[in-house]
Design a protein around this ligand. Structure first.
Ligand SMILES: [Zn+2]
Length: 305
């Protein structure tokens, strides 16, 4: 692991501009052209230009909102718990029990509204020891800024720019999405999923040990996408290495993520192939799942083809 204690110094000059908001309006020309400029404005994606290095205050927790934001933790493998969040429960956050100690590693941070549910669920295991982002997209860093009140946030070095910056927006090709999906996602990224840029305290790379798992590189969908792999029972946590949901949140068999959202689709397929070659028994993706059963490897190989 490479400590990023210098990050405060590095970011200090830009912290002065913190609070200024940079806005990027995605292609909503059709909406504007039809006189719906206010709707277009509402869909503008804006985000602070730099994440705050200072720790935030703790998360306020209202039981009713918490239950709305996430289901109760579900045990999906030895010492691994899944929080299904979001309105239709497609946003996965995993709590991984620390071996021989108290606390849990949080893998992926879901959407921003899940923060309180994550904190309360983790408390039952002794609290959050660290937050590891599978990648820096809006719907995976969502609760991470709020969780920094409790623990460091880590990701792969190649994911730092996205986690601390646009959350994927600078390379997505939203114009390639169907209009209805573009509008729905434009709104969701801005108002529902993204908690904004998060300061990354430390980085992890392939081979590093995390809560009894080892880090594996699975880039392609996003830069620096990492999974966690545990050979003893062949469990893999893989974030968005593949999708088990379509663009409307409906279930689908494992597939390479939609090209419009990928940094490099060919690389994403190679990463799915790499995952298949590990012959996992249980694969825990970033949305829906788990992927289990006798044909896990065959399904991954089909998605990689
Ligand atoms: Zn995702």
């Amino acid at each position: 692991m490479q400590q990023r204690q210098d990050a405060g110094a590095r970011l200090r000059p830009s912290v002065e501009s913190h609070g200024k908001r940079r806005s990027t309006v995605l292609a909503f020309d059709g909406v504007r052209g039809s006189g719906g400029w206010q709707f277009g404005e509402a869909l503008a994606m804006s985000f602070p230009s730099a994440p705050s290095v200072a720790r935030p205050a703790g998360v306020r927790s209202r039981p009713r909102l918490r239950r709305l934001s996430s289901a109760a933790p579900e045990r999906v493998a030895d010492g691994v718990w899944l929080l299904r969040g979001g309105l239709v429960r497609t946003m996965n956050v995993y709590l991984v029990e620390e071996p021989g100690g108290s606390g849990v590693t949080v893998y992926d941070a879901g959407e921003k509204g899940m923060a309180a549910a994550i904190v309360v669920a983790a408390r039952g295991f002794g609290g959050i020891t660290r937050v590891v982002l599978g990648h820096g997209d809006t719907d995976h860093r969502g609760a991470a800024p709020a969780l920094r009140a409790y623990a460091d946030v880590l990701c792969h070095p190649d994911a730092v720019a996205q986690a601390e910056g646009s959350g994927g927006r600078d390379y997505w090709r939203m114009n390639d999405l169907p209009l209805d999906v573009r509008l729905l996602h434009g709104f969701s990224h801005r108002f529902v999923w993204d908690g904004g840029p998060v300061h990354i305290d430390d980085t992890v790379e392939e081979g590093d040990a995390i809560a009894g798992f080892e880090v594996i590189d699975l880039p392609g969908h996003a830069p620096g996408l990492i999974g966690l792999w545990r050979a003893r029972d062949r469990v893999a946590l893989v974030s968005d290495c593949f999708y088990m949901t379509d663009m409307h949140g409906r279930r689908q068999p494992p597939a390479v993520p939609l090209d419009a959202y990928n940094l490099d689709t060919a690389q994403a397929k190679r990463s799915i192939g790499k995952l298949a070659s590990l012959e996992p028994a249980i694969v825990l993706p970033g949305h829906r799942g788990p992927l289990t059963g006798p044909d896990v490897v065959a399904q991954l190989e089909a998605a990689a083809a």
